[in-house]
Design a binder for this molecule. Structure first.
Ligand code: UD1
Length: 425
């Protein structure tokens, strides 16, 4: 397994282009199952999770063809599901990537049935799919379980309904949005996720002919169509990647311009960073980030659904607070067990005490490089941030987690002065 070696202490300076959003791209790729015509996607990030979704879709019958546009760094692809060859999402792929469950809604809507392996437990908690299944049942699907698989069937098609979610789920909102687009009649989804990735999916579905109103609010109305058609769609920039590099600028006392980063997707993150003494200024190409003056200041933070502070930036924020002046309280309200980075940060000299969903971080002047490893994507990148700020060398193991969500991480950071090197196993 590859390792990363980081020699810390270099302030990062320069520009980083933010890639297409992984979490927007995954459901949008799954939406290609809804039509027999090609869906042309632009600004697809080159990531392991995107490759996993492509493999999953290909075995369902989607033909993917790369599209290279001149003057565009990012990748594009045509995805065409002329015929659905299989309605089963096998354990081998779902186990690797939980977002595989996003094929459930589209397969059920288009083919009338779907069999998807249950994702099971994962590093950041149990992460059930009960909300996805409740919603699809309300649309008329019959759900049963067998051998670790969920079997969903709607032999006479799905029918629009009113669905009130007892709690907010990004994935369930996406599955239901896709399924309802091909259901008979009107669906009202209430208490849905409002993340920018939901809005991006809705825009893509609209370009495919879907009739959707309200995406980005807590209520969405979908008037089902008999069929959807092909379309072209550009994936939004990754707000989590942008937030991560903003914190990299802050923790190293550097200055980065994040090209393509969108202020509107990061309002609460920017507000929180500003409380810590970080200055974020919109430019005509993105966002400029640097410290306002001197050492970072401690600030409290609680994760919540959009527009609140994203759970996917909590670990990075904790790394940053480890070097801030004062004590900060960080609460994780979206996922149980999302503090796996704490013991590793502690090994680098961070002072963190946890109690349930709350971490108390007492900032210290310097972190020290150490061999570390992490068990999920965002925890891994928080260790990269800590390593960039630490004295001495950090050896990060299990780099494959980073490859799931950060495109060309060491290249992007290296171009801004980071001493970071990947060593193949
Ligand atoms: C998505 C993101 C992930 C992010 C998360 C929260 C993708 C591919 N992944 O994950 O990066 O951290 O949103 O912003 O977009 N829950 C249930 N029952 C369900 C579904 C969810 O109880 O049926 C719970 C989960 O366990 C969790 C909470 O709801 O505690 C939020 O999960 P959800 O919004 O569904 O996250 P994902 O869509 O899996």
């Amino acid at each position: 397994m590859d390792k990363l070696f980081i020699h810390g202490g270099q302030p990062l300076r320069g520009q980083i282009t933010i890639s297409g959003s992984k979490n927007a791209a995954l459901p949008i790729m799954a939406a290609s199952l809804l039509t027999e015509e090609p869906l042309r996607l632009r600004n697809l990030p080159k990531l392991a999770d995107i490759a996993s979704m492509r493999s999953l879709l290909e075995q369902h019958g989607v033909v993917t063809t790369p599209v290279h546009a001149v003057a565009e760094q990012s990748a594009g692809a045509d995805l065409q599901a002329e015929r659905i060859l299989s309605t089963t999402a096998p354990y081998e792929i779902v186990r690797k990537m939980r977002a595989s469950v996003l094929v459930l809604g589209p397969l059920l809507a288009r083919a009338g049935k779907a069999t998807v392996s249950l994702p099971g437990g994962c590093a950041i908690g149990t992460r059930p799919i009960d909300l996805h299944l409740m919603g699809l049942e309300r649309l008329g699907a019959e759900i049963s379980f067998n051998d670790g698989y969920v079997h969903a069937a709607a032999p006479n098609g799905l029918r629009g309904a009113e669905i009130v979610f007892p709690s907010i789920s990004v994935g369930a909102t996406e599955n239901l949005l896709m399924a309802a687009s091909l259901a008979q009649g009107e669906t009202r989804l209430i208490n849905v996720a409002r993340e920018p990735e939901i809005v991006d999916l809705a825009h893509c579905l609209q370009a495919m002919g879907a009739d959707i109103e309200g995406a980005g609010s807590d209520r969405i109305r979908v008037r089902g169509k008999e069929r959807l058609h092909g379309a072209e769609h550009r994936i939004i920039p990754d707000r989590i990647e942008a937030g991560t590099y903003a914190m990299a600028a802050a923790i190293t006392d550097g200055e980065l311009e994040l090209l393509d980063a969108r202020e509107s997707d990061l309002l609460f993150v920017i507000e929180t960073l500003e409380r810590c003494g970080v200055k974020v200024t919109p430019t005509n190409r993105g966002l400029q980030v640097r410290r306002a003056n001197g050492r970072l200041a401690a600030a409290d933070m609680t994760t919540s659904e959009f527009p609140g502070f994203p759970t996917d930036l909590q670990a990075q924020f904790m790394a940053m607070m480890s070097t801030a002046e004062g004590v900060s309280h960080i609460e994780e309200h979206i996922f149980e067990n999302r503090f796996m980075h704490v013991p590793e940060l502690t090994r680098m000299g961070a002072q963190i005490a946890t109690q349930g969903a709350c971490a108390t971080v007492t900032g210290c002047e310097t972190l020290r490089g150490a061999p570390v490893m992490a068990t999920d994507l965002r925890a891994s990148v928080s260790l990269v941030l800590a390593g960039l700020a630490a004295e001495g060398r950090t050896e990060l193991n299990r780099v494959y987690h980073l490859d799931r969500g950060y495109e060309r991480l060491e290249e992007k950071l290296g171009a801004c002065g980071a001493q970071i090197e990947r060593v193949p196993a």
